[in-house]
Ligand binder design. Structure first.
Ligand code: IPM
Ligand code: MG
Length: 369
């Protein structure tokens, strides 16, 4: 039986609660002898700041680097609004992404049949939706230097963020887009703004060159990112894989997420380069939703995105594709049976809390497994 090391970073707000449900799923895999997951738990975000004065400690960074996968909850909350900028909760997540070189962020947006009416769009537009946003995660304006506010001395200040992309960064994310498309409907739409940004000009040029370099079987199209946002709400089913930069990916993935009815439903995977010897990629799995401080500690949070993020770990880190499918099917079946947390509640359904939802998914997994 394969043995894997997981680092759990529950973080802040609803993070620890939804992580609690994933722990049940992990324990289920261990008890049934399907795989052996060893877990360690660390601190990130405000929780880490309160304990060590940093958004993540060097010791927890070492554990993350040494793990087969990091399972991440959520960070942030009003309690830490006034901490220094480089120690804010989000800095912990950004350090994990940057230091582990997790450049490929996979954000699927899938509409579960039971939830098609929860979308802000009409059912026919979203029913059966299954798209994947591939966001570049370690470059662009998030990390480009200079990044600063300077005092101009005349009562004015100047803020600068730098959008910067090198050829290799665009090439490697484009390759992943084409490879993922081949496992799906074989279409990639690349989004940038070459009409106003030099980084957009290079992005488009490199994506076209990479496409010619062995991926011509994949259908490639291009869209300006603003038009892409418009098309995502006009006719989202036209898309299969969307590949885009760090900032556009941040925005477009929130738009895509809402098409599915709730941010509480969506998982994500952040992957690094494949190791030359083992073929393994460094990896972090996290729900797309945030720490939702308003509902934290009340047992109300929807654990589905967190559980589905663990399913992505099974799929992309551990080669357990059948088990990943079974977890995803268990989630769909649980929704089909009418279980709903508050964020996705509909008339006539059975409203439950975090733990009951986790137990219901586990019961479905048990029945299928
Ligand atoms: C996300 C979040 C993060 C981001 C924040 C928490 C730094 O919005 O993962 O989409 O902007 O990347
Ligand atoms: Mg975001």
């Amino acid at each position: 039986m394969s043995s894997y090391k997981l680092l759990l970073l529950p973080g802040d707000g609803i993070g620890p609660e939804v992580m609690g449900e994933v722990k049940k799923v992990i324990a289920w895999f261990n008890v049934h002898g399907i795989a052996h997951f060893e877990t360690e738990t660390g601190l990130v975000g405000g929780a880490a700041y309160d304990a060590h004065g940093e958004a993540i400690s060097d010791a927890d960074m070492d554990l993350a680097q040494g793990s087969d996968a990091v399972i991440f909850g959520a960070v942030g909350g009003p309690r830490w609004d006034d901490v220094p900028y480089d120690k804010r909760p989000e800095a912990g997540l950004l350090r994990l992404r940057k230091d582990m070189a997790l450049y490929a962020n996979l954000r699927p947006a899938i509409v579960y049949p039971a939830l098609a009416d929860a979308s802000s769009l009409k059912r026919p537009l979203v029913e059966g939706l299954d798209l994947l946003i591939l966001r570049e995660l370690t470059g662009g304006v998030y990390f480009g230097q200079p990044k600063e506010i300077t005092d101009l001395g005349n009562g004015q200040k100047r803020a600068v963020d730098t959008q910067v992309y090198d050829t290799y960064e665009i090439d490697r994310i484009a390759r992943i887009a084409f490879e993922l498309a081949r496992t799906r409907r074989n279409q990639v739409c690349s989004m940038e703004k070459h009409n106003v940004m030099k980084s957009g000009v290079l992005w488009k040029e490199v994506v076209i060159a990479t496409h010619k370099d062995g991926f011509q079987d994949v259908q490639l199209s291009h869209m300006l990112a603003d038009a892409g946002g418009m098309q995502l709400v006009r006719n989202p089913k036209q898309f299969d894989v969307i590949v885009t930069d760090n900032l556009f990916g941040d925005i477009l993935s929130d738009v895509a997420a809402m098409l599915t009815g709730s941010l509480g439903m969506l998982p994500s995977a952040s992957l690094g380069a494949a190791d030359a010897k083992t073929g393994r990629r460094k990896a972090l799995y996290e729900p797309v939703h945030g720490s939702a401080p308003d509902i934290a500690v009340k047992g109300l949070a929807n654990p589905i995105a967190m559980i589905a993020s663990f399913a992505m770990a099974l799929r992309y880190s551990f080669g357990m594709v059948e088990w990943a499918d079974k977890v995803d099917t268990a989630i769909a079946a649980t929704l089909g049976k009418g279980f709903r947390t508050g964020d996705i509640m509909q008339a006539g359904m059975n409203q439950v809390g975090t733990a009951e939802m986790g137990d219901a998914v586990l019961a479905q997994l048990q029945a299928a497994g």
